[in-house]
Design a protein around this ligand. Sequence first.
Ligand code: PBG
Ligand code: ZN
Length: 344
Amino acid sequence: MEPDSGFAGGGFSGGGFPQRRMRRLRYHPSVRRMVRDVTLDPARLILPLFVRSEPGMREAIPSMPGHFQLGVDLVGEEVREAAALGIGGLIFFGIPPHKDAVGSDSLDDDGVVQQAVRTARQAAAEMLLVTDVCFCEYTDHGHCGPIVERDGVKDVDNDATLALLGRQAVSHARAGADMVAPSGMMDGMVGAIRAALDSEGFTHLPIMSYAAKYASAYYGPFRDAAESTPQFGDRRTYQMDPAADVGQALREVELDVAEGADIVMVKPALAYLDVISRVRQAFPGVPLAAYNVSGEYAMIKAAAERGWIDERQVVLESLTAITRAGASIILTYWAKDVARWLNA
Ligand code: PBG
Ligand code: ZN
């Protein structure tokens, strides 16, 4: 063994114990804070909201305690509360009064999300209002675009979906959305939406793309909340395979950035921290969001309700991990709680 020179290789100073004592960085709380790298900020959180057209409705979502299907008229109060807490933004998911094969409500300037955005804007002029751009909540079959049958097999028609996505995004923009977030994993969706927005004068509106979105069982509670469970099959022909090489996620991100995505997202978050980390490293200049999804929320809520874990600590630790992995924006159902905890 070499005697301790005080310097090890690779730029690390110091040898081993007893000269090196990592605990010196941990004795004083101020030192602990100074050597911290990750700090959470409510301004980087986006709160998802589920909206319905039925006035006065406030229907609890059983698998997502603390979340509701909200009547559009009740959106204002929610938005004012989020604004007062300093939350970065809101993302809207609509549950329409009528579903059909193409998801018409989502294209209607008076559709449920469009109404919600207008109400939200009235309540808080400055609040960042994001809309999820997809069809699964609006179609009677529950898939993320219209269906085509090829050789007796039904699947989402990719290219037919693109034109409709453009129309939906433009309608959201007209209602006053500040940013659109396509979540359907259609090839070419970002380019199609960019072109549609630009041709209608919304050249300034950013696109946050769900770029690497996996076919995940962690979306279960969301599908209860949004009533968007596929009526046949699953989403594996468009969402990513969790077992695929991370390189595939990098290609998805690369394509979305090339098509004009301003922010890219990895989803879910906690089981995909490696993907977040790799995307962060491969695309250092591209703002990265992560979606802390409904199943992640439900698991922690359920354990906390039983008194098995401390919700506040586990949530802050989870969001810290997502941030440490490389996400700077987090979509989370805990946004209001986290803001209260951080402000306390
Ligand atoms: C719809 C969409 C989903 C989520 C966000 N947008 C669900 C899905 O793909 O079925 C999931 C969010 C969550 O689980 O919290 N395209
Ligand atoms: Zn969808």
